[in-house]
Design a protein around this ligand. Sequence first.
Ligand code: HEM
Ligand code: HEM
Length: 473
Amino acid sequence: MTDSVTDVEKPPGSTDDLGLVKFHIIAAICWLVAGMIAGTFMGYRLSGTGASEWLGDIELLSFGRIRILHTHMVIFGWLSNGFFAFAYYAIPRLTGRRLIAPVIAKINAPFSQLAVLVGGLGILMGYAEGVEYAEAPWWADVFFAVSFLGMVFVNVGTILKSNTRNMYVTLWYLILGFVFTTLNFVMANTIVAHVAPGAAGAALEGLWIHNAVGLWVTPMGVAIVYYLLPVELKRPIASHKLSLIGFWTLAFFYPLGGSHHFFYSPTPWWLQVLAVPLTFALIFVVYTVVYNFFATMKGQWKLIASSIPLRFLTFGIFNYIITCTQGPFHALLNVQQVVHFTDWIVAHAHLALFGVFSWWLFAFIYWIWPRITGHMYSRAYAEWHFWITLIAFWVLYYIADTIAGLMQGMFWLTTLPLMDSIVAAEPFWATRAVSGVLIVIGTVCFIISLMKKGRIAAPDAAPEGKEVADVSQ
Ligand code: HEM
Ligand code: HEM
């Protein structure tokens, strides 16, 4: 393993010659917009503003279907495409060799979109399977599995073929994400969906959900941070050893705590109790990344005013601290009694998947865009994107939903009718619906920012291969 990431050399095939990075970024953004519109739509259906009545009983637009479609599009369409784009960019650079099988990568790019689309249509038509976050029907899973295997083959195959002896931590995380997710996806869509009965199935489903966020989204996101931070700051990460400890503890501890998604369910009690300390242990994993971020940033904080990618990375890390400190805390059984099944958890899920990982992807996209297009994004629109998203999400979504969740939990501990808790939550759900509209507007600013051809990329953000960001020391 090495503690350096060099962005100087242009390894053969590492530019976006194949157009893969750009393709997956554009696909990711399309899915993000569709996913956000679905989220906002659901927000209005729950808001108590009368929006629920407008569409009456149209089955296709029922809350249940749109909710699943929303998570399907943001997880498989937005986040995953973003991660594929990053992998296709970073792997040739960090291994110094071309992607193996570029033809497969090229064919797979539109094919993976077809897989997400078929899954989405299956869900809308009512063929969803009862596995949370893996609801697409089996025939869509086949498309997705084939496409994912193609991604694994090209990306992991390139790393292995390169015989790189000193792998930078980003490569470790990418391998972990691709390999674990292949196993996890197959387990969820075979054993959980079709074989394991009742509580056993639930326990395994917890494992799938947990690993999907912990061994797909987390390693891919952390891989981005470990790549972008040193390149943007032009200095090595503070502690290479700590990044290594973080990697192995993630691989070891993460799969063990999955049953924390099924507290107070019919799964065996010992499994639930055991999940508490195992969940708590995750805090150490998180803080290796957090420490490394802060120590690497030391003395450089002023740069977040001028660098949009660095700003998204930094606010993402603050959100990471909050959501990952909240996580172990709400895994305590007495806290669970209040917050389980409430909007507190929905807020936590969004702070993690939107506030952290989507923001790290925004950072990557802003950073890579001048390098693959040769022109800067519009700074003014990027600022609008940042501030609208930050305020709308934090104030109108995260805080509002967290309060709604606490209130729901308190109501449910009393003997008051369920309807009372719904009426109490409605004003907060209404602000969440407003936040959805604002976040969509923020995302439109993001798209305009990328589309508006700014000045030719400056040295700091030069097109591929021109910048000097060698941080190896
Ligand atoms: C415009 C922005 C968004 C809005 C308005 C929105 C709204 C919603 C709503 C209303 C729900 C259903 C909550 C419930 O069942 O009570 C939901 C669920 C969910 N959303 Fe979003 N969402 C947005 C963006 C995103 C993004 C970008 C992601 C991920 C990258 C995401 C991930 C999720 C997840 C994982 C759930 C399920 C949460 C759980 O089961 O606890 N959402 N969203
Ligand atoms: C140390 C860090 C974390 C801990 C200890 C933790 C813990 C938990 C627990 C205990 C739950 C279940 C709560 C319940 O159902 O009542 C939960 C839900 C959830 N967490 Fe985390 N979390 C952490 C970080 C993250 C991260 C980084 C992500 C995203 C990558 C994430 C995504 C989610 C999602 C999507 C849910 C909702 C799952 C569902 O709908 O059933 N969490 N978390």
